[in-house]
Ligand binder design. Sequence first.
Ligand SMILES: Nc1nc2c(ncn2[C@@H]2O[C@H](COP(=O)(O)OP(=O)(O)OP(=O)(O)O)[C@@H](O)[C@H]2O)c(=O)[nH]1
Length: 522
Amino acid sequence: MPALTIRKKLMTLLSSWQAYCQAPNEEHFVEFALGVNTLAELLRAGPSLGLARMSHDLEQDALALFNTPDSHPISFEAQARLAEQIENLSQLIKGDVLATQPERRQQADAACYEAKKASIVLLSDQPSQWQDLIAQLGYFGLAIDVLSWSSAPQQSQALLLLDLKFTNDWPARLSVLRAANPASQMIALGLNSEFNLLHQALQLGCDHCFVQDMSLPAMVAHILELQSCQNEEPYRVLIVDDSLTAHAMIRRALADQGIETQAIIDPRLVIERMHEFQPDLLLLDMYMPDCTGVEAARIIRQHPEFLSIPIVYLSGETDLGLQVEALRLGGDHFLTKPFNPVFLNAIVNSKIERYRTLRRSMYHDSLTGLLNHTTSKSHLDLMLEQCRAQQRPLCVAMLDLDHFKQVNDSYGHPIGDQIIRSLAWLLKQRVRQGDILGRYGGEEFILALPGASLAVGHSILEQIRQDFAAIRHPFGDGYFQLSFSCGMAAYPAIEHSDQLIEAADQALYRAKRAGRNRIECA
Ligand SMILES: Nc1nc2c(ncn2[C@@H]2O[C@H](COP(=O)(O)OP(=O)(O)OP(=O)(O)O)[C@@H](O)[C@H]2O)c(=O)[nH]1
């Protein structure tokens, strides 16, 4: 997320707050709440989890005061609390956090094939108790700074892992730590899963608790998840409304949150436009001259590819019976005009989030979260066409775990699953945003690197191969190690995507026959 956009949204928020303080009426409060909501959405998608949390808290407090039109000005205490939160958030945004943005962006966009340097701190007076966790994260390229509680950081934006198991007086320490590090993400380690303890830790500012019996792989997976870049495509909304004023108002409200919109007046064009724009949600006016929203929705639902797309009706209609009927006939929600922009954004965001989750489960493998076999292949076809058009090389790698049957036989299927997940995690950490990474078969993965020649691809995969082979997978009191073999092929030497996969597969077969734990090129 560009630092400039965040700063601009912060400025909008600050001026709307100032306007409210000068003239504390409902209209100004709505503007302010919209500003908070917009900034919170931006920060939610950004790299700083702590900032996201702070803006979320501010948003919640602002929204809690939202539905009280008669109570403006808000109480002195509420105003002071909001002012303090705004001040803290704005200090942090203006300060160090954005200074680290170019570096973070570089990690996300450019060649992040190398191990990422994470900012993770473990606070513990008995760090030897956590050496397995530190080692495991290390294998994924995440370096942990270990500090004692007496040298706890201040104003840190790191992910803080807090040893509460071997720490006396942790509640007091926790609240001091949270106050000193409002923008950090805090994870409590080692509490037993008693309701009151967890409640207390969360109330004192922890964002997550890893309870005592949580398995090491689960902890590692969760931390990796928190560390991974969140680079999602912007949400897309198609507006179908015969009023140009409605188009302008809705587009303005949604654009503030980075949501892409297109608008059409004629409902008869809706299917064509949906194919072109591929929206995540439809805002459909109820009453248009040639066709009602309900009729349009029914037509949309006749197309299997649009069966699950969320449809939200917009209408001045307050007749409950009609609304219920409209929902029965293919709609998901009903917003009454004049709509509240904060509410509109909240509905749109939550519906799209769920829709995308559903789509992810269709295109992604459930064990690893990587693209599934079919989607990897179709993405590869598209990518090859792009590389052909741009006259860029494209390197394809097929990876297969070595002697994996033995892992299942010796350690059990769940451990086998965990190994598959750990290779997926390692690969996810190393690829760039535009690369294809998929689980091609049981213990086979596909990687496609646009712009990379065979030589470049080889050196990237070689580093990953060495790193994976060095990972020690814990089992009982000991550990075991594992390797993968890899076959590679590249465009333009090989012209078609099926042939690329076939050639990489044959090279993989040669790597297996030559002794495994190696890379062969077509
Ligand atoms: N745990 C687990 N095992 C899987 C999964 N998918 C496939 N497998 C197992 O992966 C093993 C693959 O075995 P083989 O094809 O004989 O290959 P290998 O033992 O890895 O030997 P080489 O590939 O020749 O090095 C089989 O035992 C499958 O049951 C999965 O999702 N989870």
